[in-house]
Design a protein around this ligand. Sequence first.
Ligand SMILES: [Zn+2]
Length: 424
Amino acid sequence: MELDDRAEDLASDLGVDKEEVKADLQNLVEYSVPIDEAVQSLRRKYGDGSSGGGGTPSSKDIAEITPDDSNVTVTGVVLTAGKRSIRYQGSDHVIVEGRLADETGVIDYTAWEDFGLSSGETITAGNAGVREWDGEPELNLGESTSLSFLEKSLEVPHEIGGDAQLADLQTGDRAVTIEVSVLECERKTIDGRDGETDILSGVVGDESGRLPFTNWDPAPEIEEGGSVRIENAYVQEFRGVPEVNVSEFSTVTALGRGIDVGSDTATMDIGEAVATGGVYDVEVVGNLLAVRDGSGLIQRCPECYRVIQKGQCRTHGDVDGIDDMRVKAILDDGTGAVTVVLDDELTERVYGGTLEDALEQAREAMDQEVVADRIRERIVGREYRVRGHLSVDEYGANLDAETFEESDDDPAARATAFLEEVDA
Ligand SMILES: [Zn+2]
C-alpha cells in the first residue's frame, strides 16, 4: 500500500516514529491533499530543510517540464486562478487552482499559500514543486516557492480567463466562467461537514449542452428560469458525470438576457461515449441485444427505494416492497455496448400497458417473469435511439434513458430509400 510505504520512507529519512508520520499523512490525504504535497509538508513539519531537491532548480519552459522533475523555476502568465476550500488537520484551508502558460505550453497549478494570484498576471515561480496527475505534470506552489510578479507581461497564444461552454467542461477543470440558463433548481438540506446546511442543485444549459450543478452556498441569483454568469466554478465528477460546482468563492451575476439552450444533444458512437468516462446528456443509436435479469416487474424498499429480492432489503431487512417496473437492456452499435435503464414510464410504454396491467398479467400467469418476457418480445432485435445520462464505473456503462425511440433510420429503411433514389 502506497501510504504505508511513503510513511516508512519518510520516517526513516527524518528519524521519527513511523506511526506518527503515517497518522499525519493519512489525515492530509483524507482531506484531498495530494500525497506528494502531503509528504513535502510533513518534511517541513519535521524540520527537513532540504525540501527534496537541494540547490536552486533551473528555469524551464513549460513544455519541457515532465513528471520526473522534482522542482523547477518557471515564468508564465496566469490564465486562470480559482479559489476553493478544502479541509485538513481539522481546519479549512483555501487553495488556488488554475492554469499557467508561456509561449511553449500550458500547465495546471495548485497554490497552497495565498500569493494573491489573479488571471492576466505574469509571474515567476521559483522552486515550484512538480507532481504527476493522470500522467501529466502539475505545479505545486507552496511554502518553499518564491513568487514574483513581473511588470513586463508575457505574450502567450492562449486566452486569459476561464470562459467556457458547457460541452467543453471536463472533470478537474478549475476557475471556469460560464453563462447559462437555469433549467432546474431545487433547494435541499444536507448533512454537511458543519452540520445541516442548505444547498441548491439542478441543471444548467447553454447553446452547447446541459450539465448538473451544485451550489454549496446558495446564491439568490440562481433560480429556475433565470440566466446567470458564474465566475470561478469548478468541475467535479458526481455519480459518474461531470458536475458544475458553485462555491462560496464563485461570483454569480444575474444576466438581463436569456441564454439559448441548444436542442441538439451530442450524438456519439457508444465506444466513444463510454471512453469519455461519463456524459450528462448524450444520444446513441444501437441494436437492442438483450433484456437483462432484474427487468420487468420489480419490488423496491419503502425506506431507501432500492430494488429488493424476495422481500429482503440489503439495508432494511424484511420489508413490504413497493411494486415498480423497469428495464435494463443491452444496446450495442458495433463500437461498444451500454446497459440502457428505462424508468417506470418508459417501461410502461415498451411493455404496452400500465403497472396495474403488468401486475394483473403476472397474477394470472402466477409468474412475474411473464412481464419481462413480453418486453423482450417487443424490443429485442430492434434498433433504438436513446438519449440520457451516461455513467461509467467498474461494473460497466449505464445509460439512464430520458428518451427511448425506435430508430427511424433502420438499415432496412435506409436500403429501401437508397433503392428508390437509384430507381428514380
Ligand atoms: Zn432499504
